[in-house]
Design a protein. Structure first.
Length: 90
């Protein structure tokens, strides 16, 4: 029985998917003209960036709505990117 492929959604799953595609966060940073740390913060969910999220999804070959489902509404009107709740500093 073939194993069904699951859309990467957690930060670790996204990082693993990028590694499997031989894509570095630095590559995404160069393409989007942002810092590597910015890309990492987007993956971790600390920063919302439509451009970076779409590039990440494109690199790993999944729709952005599936990779970042909490940030993109499934259907209907509304903002393209849903704001992420700010986390309290530890």
């Amino acid at each position: 029985m073939a194993e069904q492929e699951v859309t990467p959604q957690t930060p670790l799953e996204i990082k693993i998917a990028l590694m499997r595609k031989n894509c570095l966060q630095a590559d995404i940073a160069r393409t989007c003209e942002v810092s590597r740390s910015h890309v990492n913060r987007v993956i971790q969910g600390n920063v919302v960036s439509d451009r970076v999220q779409r590039q990440i999804a494109s690199e790993i070959g999944y729709p952005v709505e599936e990779v970042f489902p909490d940030r993109y509404p499934a259907s209907g009107p509304g903002p393209r990117v849903q704001p992420v709740e700010h986390r309290a500093a530890s």
